[in-house]
Design a protein around this ligand. Structure first.
Ligand SMILES: Cc1cc2nc3c(=O)[nH]c(=O)nc-3n(C[C@H](O)[C@H](O)[C@H](O)COP(=O)(O)OP(=O)(O)OC[C@H]3O[C@@H](n4cnc5c(N)ncnc54)[C@H](O)[C@@H]3O)c2cc1C
Length: 499
């Protein structure tokens, strides 16, 4: 039977990001996927700033910036009348911005990075059984094959088989009856620098420009009542040909070809736990919600990064299993908040009844013209403000507090060469200090617990006491006393070494 430290079920963005993070930390990982090969359909089409940042730390951004399209915002209309433009207003002080790239491109980049790290996806390999004992998990595949691993990570999407095998509940409710989606090449004399949202009493119609050689590719989305009949591609295209004049007053759009169509129900569901013994969940296997706001792929990639460094420490015997419970404790509340927000926004935008439609058209949408609201909305969607300060590894004191994200910044290595903080992180940890601060004892203490992957950087603008920064860019600890740092590691990693 094949052996691995970790079997990752699912080679979507979450599973691939996890596999890259684990492989970069020397963990033996097998990635299996039920599908016969990579998905070619676009699916998610925005990678928010946090997702770009995570891919950067994984070394997986590659040429994505060159392949991205960057609409400046969304023009909102009540029927065909423009009422507001919501601009994406990234914080100028943050060096990282969202990229409008398809999920297919993100997955392609992650697969390329995994290959650089010596890994590959085993296609046509569906996980069907998982039996865990004290030392590991025996994983069975649909083709009769089996593997023995220390851990099984279920990154196998909304209908996760792994979640079922682990006996983890996935409670939730439907949010919107039915959404139609079509990526279409269309003759449409419309400005492609922004997306368009059309609000109508019957529902919503969204048109989002997508990158294509001919510059004529659009994603169309609309909520429609359930018809009780299975809709094929021609039905969906015909529905949009009807909805464009009806909801947007657009009579001159000529849909030439559909690249991808889909019908989906929007559900809001959250796994009761992200861990059951030696089985862990991440991404859509752990949380699903409305695609409005484009949070799914980003949240999954963020789960993967949080889990990767913790699981690597456990696999290498540097931390006890209890560290993995901090994964659930840090990431599940974030998903709860994403579910709450995307559900509320979807309900408002879809306009379920006359009252919500009135609030949408007279209050909500006009508010979105305010630069302050735009900055705040962009910031929230970016997930750059995510903090774990309230979690088990969080702490008190001045900002940044333990658990807060430490933004990227230019720094210098100890030999004086220029570096950027986030480029040094992942898999490495960083001790960041002002020039001239004694950090040798802190570095040795960190290496005692973490192994050699700890780097010291200096920065004139760093806060007073040195910062010990986790591979995922969040602050672990700040201070000057190596004994206090040793105690922190003993508690956080619950290592026998530090106990
Ligand atoms: C229309 C639409 C638009 C969206 N827009 C956005 C957006 O703009 N931004 C955003 O962030 N998110 C968006 N999302 C959500 C995003 O697509 C998902 O959140 C994302 O795909 C989740 O990634 P994942 O890796 O967790 O799961 P998935 O992408 O679902 O990957 C799961 C993988 O597991 C495999 N698998 C399934 N069962 C098994 C098994 N038993 N054994 C082995 N492998 C298995 C599957 O073949 C698949 O490859 C959108 C979704 C939709 C539908």
């Amino acid at each position: 039977m094949d052996q691995a430290d970790v079997v990752v079920a699912g080679a979507g963005p979450t599973g691939l990001a996890l596999a890259c993070g684990l492989a970069a930390q020397g963990v033996g990982v097998r990635v299996v996927d039920r599908a016969t090969g990579p998905a070619t359909t676009s699916r998610a089409n925005i990678l928010h700033a946090r997702g770009v940042e995570v891919l950067g730390r994984l070394g997986a951004v590659g040429d994505l910036r060159d392949r991205a399209l960057a609409p400046v915002g969304m023009r909102m209309h009540v029927r065909s009348r423009p009422i507001a433009t919501m601009r994406f207003a990234p914080n100028e002080r943050e060096p990282v911005q969202a990229l409008f790239v398809s999920q297919a491109m993100v997955e392609e980049r992650l697969r390329a990075r995994l290959a650089e790290l010596g890994g590959e996806v085993e296609w046509g390999t569906a996980v069907t059984t998982a039996v865990q004992d004290a030392d590991g998990v025996t994983v069975g595949f649909a083709d009769g094959g089996r593997a023995r691993a220390g851990w099984l990570a279920g990154c196998d999407g909304a209908h996760s088989a792994v979640r079922g095998l682990a006996g983890i509940e996935f409670p939730g409710v439907p949010v919107v009856e039915q959404f139609l989606l079509a990526d279409v090449h269309a003759g449409w004399a419309r400005d492609r620098s922004a997306s368009a949202g059309f609000f109508h009493r019957d529902g919503l119609l969204l048109a989002i420009p997508m990158r294509s050689a001919d510059g004529d590719l659009w994603r169309l989305m609309a909520d429609v009542p359930e018809s009780g009949r299975r809709l094929a591609e021609p039905d969906i295209v015909a529905a949009f040909e009807r909805l464009l004049p009806e909801r947007a007053g657009e009579t001159g759009v000529r849909i030439r070809e559909a690249v991808w169509t889909s019908v989906f129900r929007v559900q809001r569901r959250l796994a009761a736990d992200y861990r059951s013994g030696r089985i862990l969940l991440a991404g859509d296997a752990a949380h699903i919600h409305s695609p409005i706001g484009g949070q799914g792929m980003n949240t999954g990639i963020g789960d993967a990064e949080n889990l990767a460094w913790k699981l690597a420490l456990v696999v290498h015997g540097r931390a006890e299993e209890a560290l993995l419970d901090t994964y659930t404790a840090e990431r599940r509340p974030l998903a709860t908040e994403v579910l709450r927000r995307t559900t509320a926004n979807t309900k408002i935008l879809v306009g379920e009844n006359a009252v919500t439609r009135l609030v949408r058209d007279r209050v909500f949408v006009p508010l979105l013209t305010s630069p302050r609201v735009q900055r705040q909305a962009t910031r929230t969607a970016s997930q750059l403000g995510v903090t774990y300060r309230g979690g088990p590894l969080g702490g008190r004191g001045r900002a940044p507090r333990p658990g807060d994200r430490v933004p990227d910044r230019p720094c210098r290595r100890t030999d004086g060469s220029p570096a950027r903080l986030h480029a040094e992180l992942g898999p490495a940890w960083v001790v960041l200090a002002r020039p001239g601060t004694a950090t040798g004892a802190l570095l040795s203490t960190a290496r005692e617990h973490l192994g050699p992957d700890v780097t010291t950087l200096v920065d004139d603008t760093a806060p007073g006491a040195p910062l010990v920064i986790r591979p995922d860019g969040h602050l672990a600890w700040r201070g000057t006393d190596p004994e206090a740092l040793r105690r922190w590691f003993a508690g956080a990693l619950r290592t026998k070494m530090g106990a």
